[in-house]
Design a protein around this ligand. Sequence first.
Ligand code: FAD
Length: 116
Amino acid sequence: NMAEECPPDIETLGRGSWNLLHSIAAQYPENPTRTDQNNVRDFMRLFATLYPCWVCGEGFAKYQSRKPMPTQSRNAFGTWLCDAHNEVNRRLGKPEFDCSKWEERWRTGWKDGRCD
Ligand code: FAD
């Protein structure tokens, strides 16, 4: 596929990035240490700063200021991230995702066995 060998456009970059971000949430500890919490907060802030689509990164930085990121548990962080993604979905006219299902999508696989 030739397109995969060209510089990524906003959509390709976005898909890859959400894959990474939700997977980080999926692997985040249920009971994080102080260090875990500082690391993930620093990472998200720097991610927004360095994100190679300027308006996208700025939107994510604004979300982080408006809705301070909870780091005390995997579910709190994963749900916050799902809400961030839904905010972008709304802006782009894409369907919203049911955030009660974020772990099925990104960690455990769907209960109906679709990922087995
Ligand atoms: P994506 O939105 O990339 O989603 C990938 C998969 O994640 C979906 O197929 C679905 O299975 C799952 N998913 C969908 N919603 C959720 C959710 N709420 N929680 C968990 N999982 C979900 N593009 C712009 O044009 N303008 C922007 O301002 C912009 N800001 C962005 C900010 C960030 C931080 C990132 C990472 C990306 C941003 N993008 C932006 C890119 C945009 O969000 C999409 O990635 C891109 O449009 C491709 O969309 P897609 O339909 O392939 O699915």
